[in-house]
Ligand binder design. Sequence first.
Ligand code: S3P
Length: 170
Amino acid sequence: TAPGAQGPRAVLVGTMGAGKTTVGRIVAERLGVAFADSDAIVEERAGKVVQDIFVEDGEAAFRELEREAVAWALAHHDGVLSLGGGAVLDPATRALLAAHPVVFLRVGLADAVKRVGLGTGRPLLLGNVRSRVKQLLDERTPVYEGVARITVETDGRGPAEVAAEIVTAI
Ligand code: S3P
């Protein structure tokens, strides 16, 4: 990491279940810097949780808040920053990310489904989650790869191991 560089020391991207928040907190702790998360910034500004913004105001409203939150954090947060899984879909966000140390946390379908936390007891629900996660992975993986300077594999690995690899790589 270049000393005196502006903006975050690392920006973590990847889909839901990649471990961005868990890993990001550990990386921040190891580096002795603050951790921030675009979802948390949006929630603080909106005064409600992401799920309520989606339901009450719609996804487009959420994406606008998210774009503003990410732009703000890239300019002002100098610790570790995790982005919501869909933040990279915004072209303006992608343009801003080009100047930053973006780390893609790669996860395969099986581990992503496991980590988003539906038990295995309900095949009808789980089948829907699996197909939706698969669709998101298929659509977004090329986008994550396009913005990332570093890709870190998370399948079958714990957050501490993934975090250690990031600390070494950035
Ligand atoms: C989203 C991911 C979520 C959150 C919102 C939308 C997405 O963040 O921003 O529910 O489009 O993938 P996490 O990736 O931190 O779960």
